[in-house]
Write a protein that binds this ligand. Sequence first.
Ligand code: HEM
Ligand SMILES: [Cu+2]
Length: 538
Amino acid sequence: MAFTSSQPAPLAHEAEGGWRRYFGFSLDHKVIGIQYLVTSFFFYFVGGVLAGMIRTELATPISDFLDRESYNEVLTLHGTVMIFLWIVPVVNGAFGNYLIPFYVGARDMVFPRLNAVAFWLIPPAGLMLISSYFITGAAQSGWTAYPPLSLTTPAAGQLIWIFSVILLGGSSILGGINFIATILKLRRPGLKLMQLPMYCWAMLGTSILVVLSTPVLAGTLILLAFDIVAHTGFFNPGLGGNVVVYQHLFWFYSHPAVYIMVLPAFGLVSEILPVHARKPLFGYTTMVYSIMAIVFLGLIVWAHHMFTSGTPPWMRLFFTIATAFIAVPTGIKFFNWLATLWGGKIALNSAMLFSCAFIVNFVLGGITGVALAQVPFDVHVHDTYFVVAHFHYIVYGGTVFVIFASVYHWYPKFTGKMLDEKLGLLHFVLTFIGFNLCFGPQHWLGMNGMPRRVAEYDPQFTLLNQISSVGALLMALSTLPFLINVVMSYYRGQEAGDNPWRALTPEWLTSSPPPVENWHGPAPHVLHPYGYGKEVSP
Ligand code: HEM
Ligand SMILES: [Cu+2]
């Protein structure tokens, strides 16, 4: 393997395949990126239907639409699908595979076959997980699978869940290795790390987290499987095991996992804002250091999820302080984005609207996060709807908004067609209102004591739950203009041309969609990916 320059990847046979390539074992990073994108959107809709079932159940205080067991299954599937089959693959696999080779000036990822294998682990894992609901009954212990619950609920569904999550984790690790190697080793000669577009740094940081933490999850789940199948008792107090050990191991992965879901989104939004504000990305160097600080701190804050698990006082103190520290690099990035917008020639198109809404939602989710890191407050709202509100502001208000912004931004590159801006605006308005209606009231529900993960609740919580369910309905409706837009524009959309946004990053300096070898000639040497408003040529 030539590690030094833009290697001519084994692409020769790719050119002939046409649309069939998208259904087979393609080695082209762009095809794999789109395969990830479409697959994860499919699972997003599955997860959305499950969310709709949860919200329908919660529209009334009694358990009428779903019985308790089914509610637990639906809840577990919703969380698992949304995390492992939607957010993680879409922000890493889809955009990472499509964009990273362009950004480093290469013609493909460094390990194209590994790349394809990583993708092809996802559909069987996802289908297996979903089908467990219909065949054996799905897992019921939530996406966290805490023992002893995961040891006492029906074993078949739990084991299928474990197997699927391990496959998905494996996919993520293979992808992470590929991103690290590609960014570090496949840059075109002369391109320095500090000249890379910010998404590369975000993906480098994220992939370091993936490679360090995902194996811990896989190992933990293997131990859990042994406990279920062979009664080994690692986590079973009845057999001398320790449930808190499981929590430590689980959160050693799952706190970094929130950064695995949100750092790439930071990277994507850092690409989108400068283009549509016609300004350079503010504070490039501080952005890079912030990402790396988040990676480091992200690995040492996990026990803030365990303040009610009998953690000793010194541990509570350490994890509170470490968590508060994370707010610093995150705040730096937030102010950098604002400064990027400040005084810019802002085009208020769909990509920009979703990006700005991301900033707003994410700040709200960040503030409730810092609040949750304070032990007295966390002890009060732990396992209540406040937590549900907090993380949906991060994962939905943050990451999902950026995913939509990214689709509006890169669709012209993927397809050669523009998306319709009117439908985009409708999609944005419905999503923004629906999202805030759905998750805003949950802060109050949580502070007033409504526990999460239950199908029934005290009737005093009815009104706010109904508002929340109406919000969810609006969110469901909001996907209609989006879907119509994506399909219609593909056939009837306005031609995009190569570079409709007059952007400077390398994926725009080629045709739309790009040729198999990414550029017709040599890769462009982009030294100033954010040189907007200045007298520089890319
Ligand atoms: C499409 C809009 C969405 C709606 C209406 C929705 C709604 C819900 C509801 C009502 C719960 C149950 C809370 C509880 O009882 O603990 C829940 C849980 C959860 N949701 Fe969502 N959600 C949505 C999107 C997402 C997304 C995009 C993610 C991405 C990561 C996500 C991740 C989770 C997780 C991790 C849980 C916890 C599951 C568990 O406790 O095992 N949700 N969601
Ligand atoms: Cu955390």
